[in-house]
Design a protein around this ligand. Structure first.
Ligand code: VG1
Ligand code: CO
Length: 543
């Protein structure tokens, strides 16, 4: 086995986005491409010499091959130990947990999250720091700088190792420890939730379904829901991870998880249903006959978290990404705790969690989590809901109605325009930004603009500033529209339009969502000119 240094010029400026580097799988499979990005990561963190890393991914096409490459490179760069999920599998929250539990120097997580997998689909890689969270901007900036100048990388010339055998082996001078991906995670969940109460509730007739969408949460959900909590066999649907996710989008929303939604909408559907995404960090929550928006879910969890043992001392604070609805703010206000508004992407929650300023965090894109790890966590959200339901012993619908009758309802929807021409999307945003100062006071579709700005985040912990995080247009009465370009797409630009309307507790709380948001949508459409500019009459996806 010999250590070799190979040339990778030219490797030209690859910028990590909202959640690491995401590209078409074939791009990652090009000669030296994955290698160059991995070397850029190692260089950006001051080298791998003497370090230990967690390595695992969501099991998509190229996952296992990429892990072999990363292991060889980690060894050649002087790392002393790698902790790898069996068969290369680790959900993103489980990887975050392992990084923290083992006190490693970070981890490399292979995932393109909710994007489809396969040789013609998407692949991704990100680095998480020793706190278990996605590398903050100051670190991803260093990676980007490395990718612009990198000319060589180090690796070993050696055969693949067996990723299936639990136990310890070595690769060059580096120890490789293959671990059960589910064990440590399950142990962590047991410290947070009342498994006995949930088990008793299920035994008492409460029915549930979980759709793992052929992605990484299959083994976790089967072990916890069916194994630990005694839910009947078959509670977990699509529980076997597949490299192409059974050709679906492993995206837990009413569009891509339609079979599950149809099930809960049917007369004999389960009391509760949930789904998770490709890498297990997202969640969708459903009750009999209804879908809980992620923004409402965050607010409900914040209001009820104290019912679970892990949160019985109350919350330090709540944080939500800027486009997420303001429902959680009302809960924080009532609880008298801090509420933070951060840019999109979990990396911005890390400082608040580390500093003990926020306990619960959430994003409108089906991400919820807490200070137990430094990633959003799909199954954790499901278990917190189950714990709350087991204590309150009412239906999901009753919990939601009770919440709205207390706090009012923030009607909410996201409209996505996908694969838009990048130049057109950039011009749209630039032109809109240029006229923001003139908007306040303007009346459009019966709504009056009260404020409009380009969101900049001032991190209250380290003082760093992140600009250009999305355009906010606020209307009198609490309605709001937000526009931003996605940082995870792999084809053209995705324009995301986030719509919100506040209805006080004594108003009409049961309007159909899109109908409730019609005027806000029309006003944002007119102000931005988005339909003419993108050439689209309607969004590709509404969630
Ligand atoms: C999207 C979501 C964002 C999420 C990110 C990563 O980003 O909007 O809320 O944090 O995906 O999610 P964007 O830039 O496309 O809007 V995932 O489940 O990687 O891990
Ligand atoms: Co994900």
């Amino acid at each position: 086995m010999s250590r070799v240094t190979r040339s990778c010029t030219p490797f030209d400026g690859q910028k990590p986005g909202t959640s690491g580097l995401r590209k078409k799988t074939r791009v990652f499979m090009q000669d030296h491409y994955l290698e160059a990005f991995v070397q850029s990561i190692f260089n950006a963190i001051g080298g791998a010499e003497g370090k230990t890393f967690v390595i695992g991914g969501d099991g998509r096409y190229f996952n296992a091959e990429a892990i072999q490459t990363i292991l060889r490179m980690a060894s050649a760069n002087g790392a002393t130990r790698a902790v790898v999920g069996q068969n290369g599998l680790l959900s993103t929250p489980a990887a975050s947990n392992l990084i923290r539990q083992r006190g490693t120097d970070g981890g490399l997580i292979l995932s393109a999250s909710h994007n489809p997998g396969g040789i013609d689909e998407d692949f991704g890689l990100k680095f998480n720091t020793p706190n278990g969270g996605p590398a903050p901007e100051k670190v991803t900036e260093k990676m980007f700088e490395q990718t612009k100048t990198l000319s060589e990388y180090h690796t070993l010339e050696t055969a693949d190792i067996d990723l299936g055998a639990i136990g310890e082996t070595s690769l060059g001078k580096m120890a490789v420890e293959i671990v059960d991906p589910v064990e440590d995670y399950t142990a962590l969940m047991k410290t947070l939730f009342d498994f006995d109460a949930i088990r008793a509730h299920i035994k008492g007739g409460f029915s549930l379904k979980f759709d793992a969408m052929h992605a990484v949460t299959g083994p976790y959900a089967t072990a916890i829901l069916e194994g630990e909590l005694g839910a009947p066999e078959g509670t977990v649907m699509n529980g076997v991870p597949k490299v192409d996710f059974g050709k679906g989008h492993p995206d837990p929303n009413p569009i891509w998880a339609k079979p599950l939604v149809d099930l809960v909408m049917s007369a004999d559907g389960p009391d509760f249903a949930a789904a998770s995404d490709g890498d297990g960090d997202r969640n969708m929550i459903l009750g009999k006959g209804l879908y809980v928006t992620p923004s409402d879910s965050l607010a409900v969890l914040a209001a009820n978290a104290h019912l679970a043992p892990g949160y019985d001392k109350g919350l330090a604070g709540v944080a939500r990404s800027m486009p997420t609805s303001q429902a959680a703010d009302r809960v924080a206000e009532k609880l008298g705790i801090e509420c933070f508004e951060t840019p999109t992407g979990w990396k911005f929650f890390g400082n608040l969690l580390d500093a003990g300023r926020a306990t619960l965090c959430g994003e409108e894109s089906a991400g919820t989590g807490s200070d137990h790890v430094r990633e959003k966590d799909g199954l954790w959200a499901v278990l917190l809901w189950l714990n709350i339901l087991a204590v309150r012993k009412v239906s999901v619908k009753e919990i939601l109605m009770d919440h709205w009758q207390t706090y009012g309802r923030n009607y909410y929807s996201r409209h996505d325009y996908e694969a838009v021409d990048s130049d057109k999307a950039n011009t749209l945003m630039a032109d809109l930004e240029a006229k923001l100062a003139d908007l306040p006071g303007t009346e459009v579709h019966g709504l009056t603009v009260s404020e409009a700005d380009q969101f900049a985040y001032h991190d209250p912990v380290d003082g760093s500033v992140s600009r250009n995080q999305g355009i906010r247009i606020l209307f009198e009465g609490g309605s709001r529209g937000v526009l931003r370009l996605s940082g995870t797409g792999t084809e053209g630009a995705t324009l995301r339009v986030y719509l919100e309307r506040y209805m006080p507790a004594d108003g009409d709380l049961e309007i159909e969502t899109q109908a409730a948001l019609k005027d806000v949508a029309a006003a944002i459409g007119e102000i931005s000119g988005l339909h003419a500019r993108t050439g689209r009459d309607a969004p590709d996806v509404m969630t």
